[in-house]
Design a protein around this ligand. Structure first.
Ligand code: PA5
Length: 442
């Protein structure tokens, strides 16, 4: 169901070089499958498509139904990084872009930035609506979601009273430890667990993704079924395994062709947040020890009128991976016009989707001619099943890819550097020495 086409790279790489990287990918695959590589205490995501219990989904549906019964029409999901990107990606990919069905709550995201303007506007909307909140933090101590939650919690308590507010809050966090766990136990919030052995950016098929996606009205059973189908496909030790082919080719382009940047390209604005999810997955998993491919993204055809110029003719540092969807969910035919002043009658009878497909094809040829290798990862259509498949495909390929690079795909030590400085500047107790040092540098 997830297909990988590497034909657009063939003129850039030699067959023997590919064979060499294919071997590396097969070795990395063995490490991932056997669970004997670095970070192997974070491999729980591999079995989520098969092991997620039906009771977890029905517990999420129970929250959805309870909130529906009290008329909730706005759910604020608080979280950052892996604690929000998967859910946001799925909800944006599957939702109508402009109209929300009245029977479903609007799901919005907060706690992923420290902008006062953003948070103020979230609070403006909360005040107009019947509001509930899902707060997600695996560590339970991340500053951005904690700040947002402090504000929203106070607002809900003042508006609905302590007991009712507690019924409108669900916490998703560690089973035992962390400030959010302590708070949830004390306040009696309903909680869901982020498994110990699943890191944030691999957590979309845990309650971190499942609860918000269920609340937004989508079918997580189909999503898990799609992930399970791809799991079977990518768990085969074979040179035609699509995850092995993708991982081998991107590492070859990086190591032998000097390509430092991978651009994930989509041709549907609904997938813009899919690219944000993918960028975090690959950026945080591979960008370590002075190594890694920088993950970037464009949404075409819009970006063909901005970044397209650079991709066609700028520094030759990038290759592209196009995530393409073979069939639109809906078709629009272009009609003929008697005056034809826009000179578009040559398109009469064609669909807009056909024009999009020709833009994709024309761009592929132009970019290859311009020195940009191109891979294509395609699915039949954009729905829960295929999205689940894409999640699993890119997670599995990321594990292989990082092991080819000799990197632990499951930690993120670099994220701590900014936090230490921010805490020192905010004069967090315990950071006095760092405060002194950092103030000397300003
Ligand atoms: O992938 C990761 O592990 C990170 O992006 C985390 O998800 C992010 O930092 C949020 O962490 P937490 O869920 O502990 O608040």
């Amino acid at each position: 169901m997830v297909k990988v086409n590497t034909d657009g790279c063939k003129s850039f790489v030699g067959a023997s070089a590919y064979t060499y990287f294919e071997k590396k990918a097969l070795t990395a695959f063995d490490t991932l499958i056997n669970g004997d590589g670095e970070g192997n205490d974070f491999l729980g995501w591999k079995n989520l498509p098969d092991d997620t219990p039906e009771s977890l989904i029905s517990d999420c549906e129970a929250v959805r139904d309870e909130w529906k019964a009290i008329g909730v029409n706005l759910v604020i999901v608080i979280g950052i990084g892996g604690s929000y990107l998967g859910a946001r990606c799925a909800i944006e990919a599957l939702s109508h872009g402009f109209i929300r069905p009245s029977e479903r709550p609007q799901v919005i995201f907060a706690g992923n930035n420290l902008s006062e303007d953003y948070l103020s506007e979230v609070m403006d909307l909360a005040a107009e609506r019947n509001t509930a909140c899902v707060v997600i933090s695996k560590s339970g101590t991340t500053t951005e979601p904690a700040v947002a939650f402090r504000l929203i919690k106070k607002y809900l308590e003042e508006r609905y009273g302590g007991d009712d507010a507690s019924k409108r809050i669900v916490a998703i966090t560690d089973e035992r430890k962390g400030a959010l766990k302590t708070l949830a136990t004390r306040q009696g919030y309903r909680t869901f667990v982020v498994p110990d052995n699943v890191g944030g950016r691999y957590s979309v098929l845990t309650p971190v993704g499942i609860l918000p996606i269920v609340l937004a009205g989508f079918d997580v059973r189909a999503m898990l079924a799609g992930a399970a189908e791809v799991k079977r496909e990518v768990s085969r030790r074979s040179d035609d395994n699509p995850a092995i082919r993708y991982a081998a080719m991107r590492n070859l382009l990086h190591s032998e062709n000097g390509k430092a940047v991978e651009i994930l390209v989509t041709y549907n604005p609904k997938l813009t947040f899919f690219a944000e999810w993918w960028k975090q997955l690959y950026g945080e998993s591979e960008g370590k020890e002075g190594k890694g491919i920088f993950p970037a993204s464009v949404t075409n055809t819009a970006d063909l009128h901005s970044m397209g110029q650079f991709i066609q003719e700028g520094s030759r540092i990038m290759f592209e991976t196009v995530v393409s969807v073979e069939k639109s969910n809906r078709e629009i035919a272009i009609g003929s016009d008697e005056l034809n002043l826009d000179q578009l009658n040559y398109l009469a009878g064609q669909t807009v989707g056909h024009c999009n497909a020709m833009a994709l094809l024309g761009t592929r040829i132009a970019h290859i001619d311009g020195g940009v290798p191109q891979m294509e990862v395609s699915v039949e259509r954009l729905d829960e099943f295929n999205l689940g498949g894409l999640f699993y495909f890119f997670e599995f390929a990321c594990g292989i890819s990082a092991y080819i690079l000799g990197i632990n795909p499951f930690n993120q030590p670099g994220v701590e550097a900014y936090k230490k400085n921010m805490f020192a500047l905010l004069r967090k107790p315990g950071y006095e020495k760092q405060t002194e040092e950092i103030l000397k540098r300003l």
